[in-house]
Design a protein around this ligand. Structure first.
Ligand SMILES: Cc1cc2nc3c(=O)[nH]c(=O)nc-3n(C[C@H](O)[C@H](O)[C@H](O)COP(=O)(O)O)c2cc1C
Length: 188
């Protein structure tokens, strides 16, 4: 099973730090899962211009294809101006409407303020629903106070991270089995 971690911002370090901890958990506890972390800061992605997703080139083509081929996604995003960063929205804009059909998507969110805890609920989940994802409803919300000198410093966050990774895998396996069964029905 292939799972993509997507660090959705090209500035800052906290989302990347959180997503690297997620990557570590996949590698240490679930070596059977093919996990790849895509940090958008490492890619030159062009703005979505309405063409078919397979007609993009270079980094844009590569990132979109990896997302389309994945069984599940763990999306890491900071909160910017009470929403998600434009870099992450652009990735969604590049995708076709049913890109995430029956694929599990979980969310790791970093923010300056706990006051914006509901932002993923009203800004991110509707986009994922539109793309037909199966959303892991409980997201991980990490604020600046959980970091010290660039490191995540809260055991409770690590515990919840483990749960998020385990739950993502469990749900992704269920939906993968379902998709495989459906594919087999049409496989004459
Ligand atoms: C341009 C910008 C806008 C931000 N807007 C918000 C906001 O609306 N609400 C909030 O809680 N934090 C906001 N923050 C704080 C970031 O969400 C927070 O520091 C996050 O952990 C940064 O993650 P990063 O280091 O991966 O960029 C903002 C930060 C920046 C740079």
């Amino acid at each position: 099973m292939k799972i993509i971690g997507l660090s959705g911002s090209i500035v800052g370090s906290k989302t990347k730090t959180a997503m690297k901890a997620i990557e570590q958990l996949f590698n240490d506890n679930h070596p059977d899962i093919e996990f790849e972390l895509i940090d958008l800061a490492d890619y030159e992605i062009i703005f979505a211009d309405g063409r078919h997703y397979q007609d993009y080139e270079g980094d844009t083509q590569s990132v979109v294809t990896k997302i389309m081929d994945a069984d599940a996604l763990v999306i890491g995003t900071p909160i910017f101006q009470a929403s998600i960063p434009a870099t992450l929205k652009n990735i969604f804009d590049l995708l076709p409407e049913e890109a995430l059909k029956d694929k599990v998507v979980s969310m790791v969110v970093t923010a300056g303020s706990p006051a914006h805890f509901m932002v993923p609920e009203i800004q991110l989940k509707p986009i994922l629903s539109y793309l037909k994802a199966q959303i892991l409803q409980r997201y991980l919300f990490i604020t600046d106070k959980h970091f010290y000198r660039g490191e995540l410093m809260d055991d409770a966050i690590y515990f919840r991270m483990q749960n998020l990774v385990d739950d993502t895998i469990l749900l992704a396996q269920t939906y993968k089995e379902m998709r495989d069964k459906q594919d087999a029905q049409f496989d004459f």
